[in-house]
Ligand binder design. Structure first.
Ligand code: PGA
Length: 252
């Protein structure tokens, strides 16, 4: 990890009542101190962001959205914009999560627009990329990741990655309990960093690349020990304070 500040982000997905979320936040707050080396972020469902903002105000834990509209405001029923997230103190927003891509038809171009919308609002996009099982088994992992990355690079430029985070999330590892081995993950992280380095080495060296996909307390340490893995995007394990804090400590 070295020069890059580790980042552990919890993606709560569509989970949590207000009471459950308040208890989870209390647990997380107890375990994260201002002197923690790792930066800690939670990404709750939109409707819980106000609660999260209230509970986490003044704590070292930051928060973000799981998605955003490409528009700032207007007649877009059911959507939430970047400025709205910003208004509630969000500093991050997940963009192009594989569930958005596969279940809600978000393609590379649309994801790149969302990435731009996030940055235009001053939110740090956590850009998710990663291959499916079929793509991995047919030897297309690098081609898929490169394509997902290049659409964003071509539209927004390498400079935009100064204010972005990438999450490499192999789709076959998300919510399946099947984690990529540290070596498998490192191989792709390294590929991503090298691809960006071919455009700008300084930007590439300072960019944080998170691993996501069944990361938990018991496997975080060895994943985070890899040279190009700078943190994690955590789904299931972010819903239990103990488990999430074990990962945060591993990132420290
Ligand atoms: P998981 O989800 O940790 O439950 O596999 C990760 C993610 O989807 O970001």
């Amino acid at each position: 990890m070295g020069k890059r500040r580790p980042l552990v982000a919890g993606n709560w997905k569509m989970n949590g009542t207000r009471a459950e979320s308040a208890a989870l936040l209390d647990g997380i707050k107890k375990g994260v101190s201002a002197s923690s080396k790792a930066e800690v972020v939670v990404c709750p469902p939109f409707i819980l962001i106000a609660l999260v903002a209230e509970k986490l105000a003044g704590s070292p834990v930051a928060w973000g959205g799981q998605n955003l509209s490409v528009h700032k405001s207007g007649a877009y029923t059911g959507e939430i914009s970047g400025p709205m997230l910003k208004d509630y103190g969000c500093t991050y927003v997940i963009v192009g999560h594989s569930e958005r891509r596969t279940l809600y038809g978000e393609n590379d171009v649309f994801v790149a627009e969302k990435y731009g919308a996030a940055q235009a609002t001053g939110l740090m996009p956590i850009l998710c990329i990663g291959e499916s099982l079929h793509e991995r088994e047919s030897g297309q992992t690098e081609a898929v990741v490169a394509r997902q990355l290049d659409v964003v690079l071509d539209k927004h430029g390498i400079g935009s990655f100064k204010t972005a985070v990438i999450a490499y999330e192999p789709v076959w590892a998300i919510g399946t309990g099947k984690t990529a081995t540290p070596a498998q993950a490192q191989e792709v992280h390294r590929f991503i960093r090298q691809r960006l380095a071919s455009r700008d080495k300084t930007v590439s060296e300072s960019l944080r690349i998170l691993y996501g996909g069944s990361m938990k307390g018991s496997n975080a340490r060895e994943l985070l020990a890899q040279a190009d893995i700078d943190g994690g995007l955590i789904g299931g394990a972010s819903l239990q304070a103990d488990e999430f804090l074990t990962i945060c400590r591993a990132a420290d």
